[in-house]
Each structure stands twice: as C-alpha cells, then as structure tokens.
Design a binder for this molecule. Sequence first.
Ligand SMILES: NC(=O)c1ccc[n+]([C@@H]2O[C@H](COP(=O)([O-])OP(=O)(O)OC[C@H]3O[C@@H](n4cnc5c(N)ncnc54)[C@H](O)[C@@H]3O)[C@@H](O)[C@H]2O)c1
Ligand SMILES: CC(C)=CCC/C(C)=C/C=C/C(C)=C/C=C/C(C)=C/C=C/C=C(C)/C=C/C=C(C)/C=C/C=C(\C)CCC=C(C)C
Length: 583
Amino acid sequence: MPPLAARVHAPLLLAPAARPAARLRASSGPRGGGGVRRGALASEKPAAVAVAEKAGGDGGGGEGPYDAIVVGSGIGGLVAATQLAAKGARVLVLEKYLIPGGSSGYYRRDGFTFDVGSSVMFGFSDKGNLNLITQALEAVGRKMEVLPDPSTVHFHLPGDLSVLVHRKYEDFINELISKFPHEKEGILKFYGICWKIFNSLNSLELKSLEEPLYLFGQFFQKPLECLTLAYYLPQNAGDIARKFIKDQALLSFIDAECFIVSTVNALQTPMINASMVLCDRHFGGINYPVGGVGGIATSLADGLVEKGSEIRYKANVTNVILENGKAIGVRLSNGKEFFAKTVISNATRWDTFGKLLKDKELPEEEKNFQKNYVKAPSFLSIHMGVKASVLPAGTDCHHFVLEDDWNNLEKPYGSIFLSIPTVLDPSLAPEGHHILHIFTTAGIEDWEGLSRKEYEEKKEVVANGIIRRLEKELFPGLEDSIVLKEVGSPKTHRRFLARNDGTYGPMPRGKPKGLLAMPFNTTSIDGLYCVGDSCFPGQGVIAVAFSGIMCAHRVAADIGLEQKSPVLDAGLLGLLRWLRTLA
Ligand SMILES: NC(=O)c1ccc[n+]([C@@H]2O[C@H](COP(=O)([O-])OP(=O)(O)OC[C@H]3O[C@@H](n4cnc5c(N)ncnc54)[C@H](O)[C@@H]3O)[C@@H](O)[C@H]2O)c1
Ligand SMILES: CC(C)=CCC/C(C)=C/C=C/C(C)=C/C=C/C(C)=C/C=C/C=C(C)/C=C/C=C(C)/C=C/C=C(\C)CCC=C(C)C
C-alpha cells in the first residue's frame, strides 16, 4: 500500500455530484458485503442499483398510483417503506441524493469508508423485541454481520472523571459506583428504574401506538408493563435522577449520558428514551455492521426493490399535491408528478410543512409541535484518516470529551464526540491507518454570510482547535498523523442531508413533559404521514426505525392491509391529539 499523501480536502461531507456513476455503483454497500441477502453472493448486483440506473433520476410525465410514496430514504423512510413492502404494498421511495441513508449514509475517499453520522448502533442484536434494526432488515430478507463493541463510550469529563461504559452492565455499574461510592444506593435506584422501563418496552410487540386494536391488545396482554410505560411517558430522566442522587458531579455525568441521546441535559430528556439507550447498550449491546453503517440503508433499499417496490435517486420532491385537502401525490423539482393513496414524508416536520406544503397555512397540530420543540443545532464534523501508530493499543471505539467545565456541555463546540470504527472493522481504512470521525454541535448562524475564503478558513480554524483538544486529552501527536481530513459545517449538513438549517433533530424548547408532546406519524392532513426524528420517539437511528415501524403499521391499516376500526381510530387519535395539547 503506497503511503497516503497528507493533505486537506475541499468541503466535501458527501460525494461530489460530479461523480454520479461512481456513486450509483457504490450503492452496492460500503464494502459490497454490507448488505448480503441470506445465502446470496456478495458480488450479486443489488436490485436497488439496477432500478436507480434504469430510472436515471428524474424523468418526465405522471406515474402511479402507488400504495405509498415515501419522500426521503433516511432510516426512518426506508424502514417505513420496507415494512409496507413486506406487507404487500407497492411503494415508491423518492430520494434527493444519489444513494440511500441520509444521516446514516456513507462516503468513500482514498480507500477510507466513512459513516456520515453516528457509528454507535443500538438495536442490532439477535435478541428481545427492541432489536429494531435487525428486525427491519429481516422483514426484507436481509441480515448483516455485526461486530460486538466491548463498550458503548468512554467518557472523559471535568475533574478528571473517566468512565468507561462497559458492555456488561455489572462492570459499568461497579465502575460508576467506584467513582461515587457515597451514591451507591442512588445509582442502583436510578439505573434500576431504567431497567424497569426497558424491560416493559422489551416485553411488547412494537407497532403503531396510534392503532387502537393493537394498543388495546397490548394493554390486555401486558397490563402492568403498559401502565409502567404510560406512567413514565410524561417524565424526564433528570427529575428521576434527582429523587435518588444528590452529588452534583454525578448528576452532571447523567446529563452527559442523556446529552448523547438527546443533545440536551437529563432534565429535558424523556425518561423512556433515556432508559431505552442506557439499558439496550447492555442488553443487546452496541454492534457495528461489518463494512460500515451505510450498509444498513443499502441493504434495506435492495430488500425493498426485491419486494417489488421502487427507489429513485436524484428525485427532489418540492411539493405534496393535495386534492380536497387530501395528500394524493408529490411533484419533483423537474415538474414530474407521482400519485399514491398515501404520502409519507421522511423530511423533518419543519421541511415537510415549511417547504413541501409551503402554500398551506401551518396546521394547529404543527404550531403546537413548533411551540414545544425547536430545531436542535447542527454540527461540525471532521472525518480523518490517521496513521494507526498514533492510537495506543486497546483504544476504545467511541469517546465523549468535555475537559474542564460542565457548563460547556451543551454549548456549541463544547463537547466532542469521537468514533474510531476501524478499531472494530479495520477493513474501513487502508492498512496501517484508522478512521477518526469527530463531531461537535454548531449552529448554522455561525456559518452564514461568509465569503468562500472566510468560510474555508473558518472551517480550518475551528476543526484544528477541536483536533488540538483531542491531541492534548487523548492522542499526543494526532495532528502529525493525519493523512486525510474533511470538514463539514452546518451548511454542509443542510445541503447534503436536506435538513432544515442542518438540524440534528428536534429539541424541547423548555422542560418537556417527557414524550407527551411528541407527534406520532399521522398529520392533520388526510393521507399525509411523517416519519423520522421529528416524530415520536425522536432522534437516534433506532428511534427513527421505531417511527418507521409505527408509520408502516398505521398506513397499512389505513389502506386495508391491516385490521382497523374507524370508530376506535377516531377515538384514539382524538385522545392522543388532546393529550399532546396538555404538554
Ligand atoms: N452525527 C450524527 O450522528 C447524526 C446527525 C444527524 C442525524 N442523525 C440521526 O440520523 C437519523 C435521521 O434519520 P431520519 O430517518 O429522520 O432521516 P435523515 O435525515 O437521515 O434522512 C432523510 C432523507 O430524506 C431525504 N430528503 C429530505 N427532503 C427531501 C425531499 N424534499 N425530496 C427527496 N428527498 C428528501 C434526504 O436527502 C435524506 O436522505 C436520526 O437518528 C438522527 O438522530 C445522526
Ligand atoms: C399511547 C399512550 C398515551 C400510552 C400507552 C402507553 C404505552 C403502551 C407506551 C408505549 C411506549 C413505547 C412502546 C415507546 C417506545 C419507545 C422507544 C422504542 C424509544 C426509543 C428511543 C431511542 C432513542 C431515543 C435512541 C437514541 C439514540 C441516539 C440519539 C444515539 C446517538 C448516538 C450518538 C450521537 C453517537 C454518540 C457518539 C459518540 C459518543 C462517539
């Protein structure tokens, strides 16, 4: 392997549009083996690529009707689409970009395969009911090989507090107690409640909470578990932690645990979401897909096509078409129209109602959502290839760094997330090298109004500051070991992920009532559904996978593929709408 030249790349978070053919070929998965059908050869041409090549992006003339059109192929959209296709629906997914996955996509540079977003994968185990990524793949006959991560994250926190979240719960809890022996009882109680909630969740068959026949069925079969969930639904992790824990540093640690999940502190993080991630990391564990995270989306897209549905790339949806107030199709930027019984938007709710329905007055329900939630800041991401020698032996895969001051936890550029997926899967980088994927929160307003030169310079200055902090805290010699570096700003994320202001997801405006105000999948527009991280239960790949499963169930009932009761529907949907107004 010839040595890689050290250099700094232009602002490319994702692949440049100048290489469309290569990008379509790359759809076979990050490593070609990322999404192999059971018993199929890894070298077989994935069906999704064939359709993309045939479609050649936007065409002309109207098409349809489909059972459902899905706008966007993030994990939320793809799970909704594949679940529906598995139930026998004919689905069309329209994706603006060149490959599927959105924030869970990938790109390649000089032999490195980078995950665009998170590399920390929940829900990828082979047990329980909450392994939603595994289940989503299985629904379309796919299975990915995964590598168990021995830990979830290594926290490097103020006051030299270092906590490694081991895969084994006992190891983690003993390590935490060893740092706060005086809070042993409080620690066991707080994490004990998390387990109570997690076990309740894990005992249910997860489908749409907006479908009454299913919901009442679950209440009948598992009354205690459902009541437990209903009890904790409006509560937040920070309030529960404060019932048992007094030590401020320990409460700040729990803030950091929650911040990773929700980009806000524990007082603002719904207890159900906190419990889900604080326990699944030990129950199913964190598992990394061989070949990279991008393989999940390409496998789902291939599975979708094999079920007789379609996905088209370079298809930029600009409008949802309404007829008598009902969503009946969509229009692309090239004027082409597609029609369907239902339309599912995987764009954020801000984009769905602010752009795809810009001529329509914002419905009350959405006003309520925007009253309760704001767009979380975007982020600055740095993808680097480094010489392997810079990492000490036994380096953990994921790190969270906040050096001196707890007050900086939620501030822009305050906390640093770092993933080194090559610790688990060396095939993602050329021999002798590692990948460092670094990100930190950043607002779009910081990056607007700059000239090209100022923008490039600012990216360099900010990125180098972050790299120097990591060099000081974790890896001496880091700067000199860099062979490849690409910096993405909030503007990059807005452009390539098509997310309003490049937002990371929704964030409660104040202190939420747990998950009570979070909208589900139906909207106040007949035939229009939303899926993704601005729907219940919020941010996170496993969370949007759940929103996809819920959405597909509700849509399937509405188009006659699953049982439904119009009378009960009206009652439950009305009740849920009313409950949201209480939040
Ligand atoms: N760094 C990170 O770890 C990171 C960053 C951001 C988001 N995330 C996570 O990623 C997940 C987001 O998943 P998601 O399912 O909500 O969606 P997503 O944002 O990942 O994907 C949405 C997809 O819809 C496409 N799209 C948007 N508008 C469109 C339009 N008008 N026409 C056609 N296509 C359009 C986008 O190109 C994108 O591919 C969440 O888990 C979130 O928390 C992670
Ligand atoms: C309806 C009513 C009213 C009532 C009823 C009751 C009941 C029954 C209820 C039920 C409920 C349920 C089922 C629920 C569910 C839920 C769920 C599933 C949830 C989930 C969640 C998840 C989440 C949130 C996740 C998240 C994650 C994340 C975000 C991640 C991230 C990561 C990252 C960022 C990375 C980091 C990195 C480093 C450190 C490096």
